[in-house]
Design a protein around this ligand. Structure first.
Ligand SMILES: CC(C)(COP(=O)(O)OP(=O)(O)OC[C@H]1O[C@@H](n2cnc3c(N)ncnc32)[C@H](O)[C@@H]1OP(=O)(O)O)[C@@H](O)C(=O)NCCC(=O)NCCS
Length: 415
């Protein structure tokens, strides 16, 4: 049986789009949606100029589709330059229609279209790590899930620095939040620009899980000595279990070290709470080094965050910073063909010139491995040891000296 694939946009018939929206809510185990939730989702899909792929239900073509995939264009900071990126989300296939190639058809259609438009990379975040490698995606950024004890044990060794904290409701924070995120994004390799839904979410106008305005989130802003906001944290106070209530940080970023420590001082000082939980601390978080009792900082999980799929190795590799001068020819192995080929990389002064060539490659890199190396979240020796990258030792050592970066990539965008 052939499943039909249709390509919708946010200006299509509202009833069809409502059914599409209900299908993703079903796929992600959410309640049925409300009219207001649908209108907000539709406005976001319009603002993002989203493509909505659908496989209609053969038993009910006007109802919820059995397969969905959404794609829209944003940008990734690759370290030297920001490049266009196709963000892929809302991937669902109904349990009754699994494992007959629906995901493969939708994903192939979107990647092929994205590649032909000249967008150099696609990106997604995943629920399972085993699904997307076959489509050329690999892990590009990772994050730490942390718990920080903030009862008697908490204290900073370094002076918290200058500045002050201000507690505000989300609607009063949104302008400063956008400004701080803009500065963070411009300075951070691995950061992705925010999809449209972030405005409703960050301003508290809409909480998709609650199906109403956000009534739980608070923001703390950190202001420097000139009263400029240089960091923020969005948080909720969790339920009391056996111990004290937790502070659950939803997102947090600071553009100065004083802002970072100042926000933590505030979070640790909230009365009637004893632990701060955050799902996305950076791997190189300076906080444990600033704490009097560093064991009060517990990494309780490390996991993948952003996955990418290189479609144009030349554009991607030229947009990243490089470490050491040198020249190497690499082959990119891409079973889907988009990125396949041999490329000469000539690095001088942290910038690379990358050219497609016919000469024999010294190192072979599978395209999903390139996703890890590209943004600097993985390093060459580890990929060699994992058996994922092949070449003579001299060549892989040379690539490592050229490519491996000291600071891991990081991002706070989830979609
Ligand atoms: C994940 C999901 C979209 C897969 O859809 P599907 O139509 O069954 O996938 P396909 O039939 O196109 O399978 C494509 C390939 O992926 C593999 N695959 C699919 N789902 C997989 C999974 N969960 N784990 C491992 N492999 C998986 C298939 O075996 C197939 O492999 P092959 O091409 O090498 O034979 C579907 O199971 C789903 O909707 N899950 C719930 C929602 C979800 O997890 N969405 C992902 C959000 S990131």
């Amino acid at each position: 049986m052939t499943d039909e694939l249709t390509r919708l946009s946010a200006s299509d018939d509202p009833a069809t789009l409502r059914a599409w929206n209900e299908a993703i809510r079903l796929g992600f185990h959410m309640s049925r949606g409300s009219d207001e939730g649908f209108q907000r989702w539709l406005a976001d899909a319009k603002a993002d100029d989203a493509t909505l792929w659908a496989v209609p239900d053969p038993d009910n073509p006007a109802g919820m589709p059995v397969g969905t995939l959404e794609g829209f264009d944003k940008a990734i900071n690759a370290g030297r330059a920001e490049i266009a990126a196709r963000l892929i989300t809302d991937v669902t296939v109904r349990p009754t229609h699994r494992r007959r190639g629906l995901l493969r058809r939708m994903m192939t259609a979107d990647l092929a279209e994205t590649h032909s438009r000249g967008i150099p990379v696609a990106a997604l975040t995943v629920t399972e790590a085993t699904i997307y490698g076959r489509f050329g995606f690999g892990v590009s950024t990772r994050g730490h899930r942390i718990e920080v004890d903030t009862a008697e044990r908490f204290g900073l060794l370094s002076a918290p620095g200058s500045g002050r904290c201000q507690l505000v409701a989300p609607a009063d924070a949104i302008d400063a939040v956008n400004e701080v995120f803009g500065r963070f994004h411009a300075a951070t390799r691995g950061s992705v620009t925010w999809p449209a839904f972030y405005q409703d979410m960050m301003s508290g106008a809409w909480d998709d899980d609650a199906g109403s305005a956000d009534k739980k989130t608070w923001y703390v802003l950190h202001r420097d000595t000139h009263d400029e906001v240089d960091g923020f944290a969005a948080y909720r106070i969790g339920e009391r279990g056996d111990g004290p209530r937790p502070v659950e940080v939803l997102t947090m970023v600071a553009t100065t070290p004083a802002g970072h420590l100042g926000l933590w001082e505030y979070l640790a000082s909230i009365d009637l709470t004893g632990v701060v939980k955050y799902h996305n601390a950076p791997l190189d978080d300076p906080l444990p080094w600033a704490m009097r009792d560093s064991r009060g900082y517990r990494v309780i999980g490390e996991g993948d965050r952003l996955w990418t799929r290189v479609l144009d190795p030349i554009a991607c590799l030229q947009a990243r910073p490089w470490r050491g001068d040198g020249t190497i020819v690499v082959a990119v192995d891409d079973p889907m063909g988009f990125a396949a080929g041999q490329y000469r990389i000539e690095v001088s002064g942290e910038a690379a010139e990358v050219t497609a060539v016919d000469t024999a490659a010294e190192v072979t890199i599978p395209v999903d491995v390139l996703a890890g190396l590209w943004l600097g979240g993985a390093d060459v020796p580890r990929m060699v040891a994992a058996g994922r990258l092949t070449g003579a030792a001299e060549a892989t050592d040379r690539l490592a000296a050229m490519m491996d970066l000291a600071i891991p990539p990081y991002g706070i965008t989830f979609f």
